[in-house]
Structures are given as structure tokens and as C-alpha cells.
Design a protein around this ligand. Structure first.
Ligand SMILES: [Zn+2]
Length: 332
């Protein structure tokens, strides 16, 4: 993808597109004819609605209102401006048989490669995610005249829940991450016992089973906290995205390529979303990561050296050559 967030650097997304174009150019210059057709794709709006890859997967939201821009412009208008047509969006859907495999080169946007000192990250999959909204209702009351034992303090309850979320993230065996990054307090007045708190939980892992277990455990703990604090809780699921596993066959091909090119590699999980997440729902998907300096991305100082970009692009090219042979054998 070549769209970015407002504070973006020069590598997130665009590296994969440029490397894809370069792969095709190198094949062309060297007169290499593959067994399969090869396409370089520029996905639209990866950073927000992921409408590009979702359209290819046939998973766009049918109500165009969902895609209306914050300035009020409709998706119909936006698409028309670039020569598209919203009414034909369904035609963008690709059949699994049309695409044998999809491989994307991307910057890691994390610090794993830098910490292991490896050149290439072989992505095992892209984490699934739950976002939950929690409302804790207590009883607003005077902070001076309400005795401690008579309080229904929503913030005291919510605080314990925030700690419970963190504890689950830290102590559960596995690679999950659990965050409360949003919290509001009512009436948010110094002299009033808080009557209501809303907070949001972000929970991610590559294992859907583990995610479901964490949710069950979390709800049990919240209920215990609510009853101990004489508060009430309401939990709403705001978002659920299934994890997408990279095809083992593609991971193996990338590993083979690294060994042949003498590039050091490690397997890792992508904790950020990617277009590959949608594409991987209908065909074999793989991703190659190169290091992000300081693990920084979505910031202007995002950096991957020219040498690292070249290593990634070479790995991408060789992976396609390998997969072309593997998939031509019908060995899916
Ligand atoms: Zn990206």
C-alpha cells in the first residue's frame, strides 16, 4: 500500500510496492518467464478501512456510509475521482484459484529483528484482535459526606479491572498483548465519588483459542471485581478480527531463500495489521519483514537502510521464483 498515516515515514507500505515493481522489472530484464502470471498490487487505504484488500477478498462493507470520509466526502465521489465506480466494487473480488500465493515485503514496525540482529523476518502470521468497550456503573456521591463503606466507586472498580487486564497479558502463557488505552470518568470532579467509567480494551494474539480463553477469564475477573465493589458492568464487543496464519509452505520457501542468499532470519509474529491479513483469508499468504530502526514506525524518523531494503527485495524475488516452481508442481 502507498497510503500512510498523517505522521508517517517513507517505508511503511511503499517498500512492498516498490520491491514488487522491481521484482517484475528484474524478471522482465532477464527474460525470465514464470509458470504463473505475476501481479504487483497497490492496495488502497490500508491504514484505515482496508477497502482495497477487502474488495479483492470480497469482504467490503456493503453500506457506502461506512466509507464516508471525515470531511463528508462519499466513497462514490472518492472512487469516481480516481476513475473507479462504487457500484462495480463487487467485481474486484478475486477467486482463490486466480491467486496461487501472495507475498508482501514490509518493514517490521517493531524491534524484534533489531534485537535478534537478524536480517529477514519470516512472518508466521498476523495477530487477531478484539476491542471491547466496558462501562462500569457505580453511584456518584459527595466525596466528603459519603463514608468509605457506603460507596459504589466506579473508578475504584475500573482501576482494578485495568490492572486485571494487564496481569492477564503479563501472566498468561503465550504471546498475547492486552491494553487499556482509553478511559473516561464521570462526572470527573475532584469532590465527587465517580459514578461511571468507560474504558476500552485492545487484545491481540496469533492464537484465536488463546484470545477466547483470555476473554472468558477477563469477564470472570470483571464480574468478581464488580460484585466486590458493588458496581455494575456492561461489556460490548467493538471489533473482532480473526488472526491470519502465513502458509507454512511460503514460510518454508522464505527460509530456504534466506539460507541460499546467506541472510540471517528469524520467525516472528506481526502485531500490526496488513493487507496480507485479508488476502490470507482466501489464498496462501506470506510476509517478509526487514528491520525498522529502533522499532519505530508511523513516525517521520521511521528508517530501514538501503542495504536492508535490498536484502528484503532480493528475498522477495527469490521467494517468487521458488514458489513458482512449487505451485506449478500442484504441490499446494
Ligand atoms: Zn503498512
Amino acid at each position: 500500500h502507498i497510503d500512510t498515516v498523517p505522521t508517517a515515514g517513507h517505508f511503511d507500505g511503499v517498500l512492498g510496492v516498490l520491491a514488487g515493481i522491481e521484482v517484475v522489472r528484474v524478471l522482465h530484464e532477464n527474460g525470465v518467464r514464470l509458470e504463473h502470471a505475476i501481479e504487483t498490487i497497490v492496495f488502497t487505504d490500508e491504514e484505515s478501512t482496508v477497502i482495497g484488500c477487502k474488495a479483492m477478498a470480497g469482504n467490503t462493507v456493503s453500506n457506502p456510509e461506512y466509507y464516508r470520509r471525515s470531511d463528508g466526502t462519499s466513497i462514490e465521489t472518492c472512487l469516481a475521482q480516481i476513475g473507479g465506480d462504487w457500484s462495480t466494487i463487487a467485481e474486484a473480488k478475486r477467486h482463490p484459484k486466480e491467486i496461487a500465493a501472495f507475498v508482501e515485503l514490509h518493514v517490521e514496525q517493531g524491534g524484534v529483528l533489531e534485537s535478534t540482529g537478524d536480517e529477514i523476518g519470516v512472518v508466521q502470521g498476523i495477530v487477531g484482535q478484539y476491542r471491547l468497550g466496558v462501562t462500569v456503573t457505580g453511584r456518584p456521591n459527595h466525596a466528603g459526606s459519603t463514608p468509605m463503606h457506603a460507596r459504589k466507586d466506579a473508578l475504584v472498580a475500573a482501576s482494578q479491572m485495568v490492572l486485571a487486564v494487564n496481569k492477564l497479558g503479563v501472566e498468561t502463557p503465550g504471546e498475547q498483548v492486552a491494553t487499556v488505552g482509553y478511559l473516561t470518568v464521570w462526572p470527573n470532579a475532584t469532590n465527587t465519588v465517580p459514578g461511571k467509567v468507560e474504558f476500552k480494551i485492545d487484545l491481540r494474539d496469533l492464537s484465536q483459542t488463546n484470545l477466547e480463553q483470555l476473554l472468558i477469564q477477563m469477564k470472570l475477573e470483571f464480574q468478581a471485581i464488580a460484585s466486590a465493589t458493588k458496581t455494575e458492568i456492561e461489556i460490548t464487543q467493538l471489533l473482532h478480527v480473526d488472526p491470519t496464519l502465513a502458509a507454512p509452505k511460503i514460510q518454508k520457501a522464505i527460509v530456504g531463500v534466506c539460507q541460499e542468499l546467506g541472510l540471517s532470519y528469524t520467525h516472528l509474529i506481526s502485531r500490526a495489521g496488513h493487507d496480507a491479513q485479508e488476502i490470507g483469508r482466501f489464498t496462501d499468504m506470506g510476509m517478509i519483514f526487514v528491520a525498522s530502526k529502533g522499532g519505530i514506525s508511523h513516525a517521520e524518523d521511521e528508517y530501514t537502510s538501503p542495504e536492508q531494503c535490498t536484502q528484503g527485495a532480493n528475498a522477495l524475488l527469490q521467494t517468487f521464483l521458488k514458489l513458482d516452481i512449487l505451485y506449478a508442481k500442484g504441490d499446494r
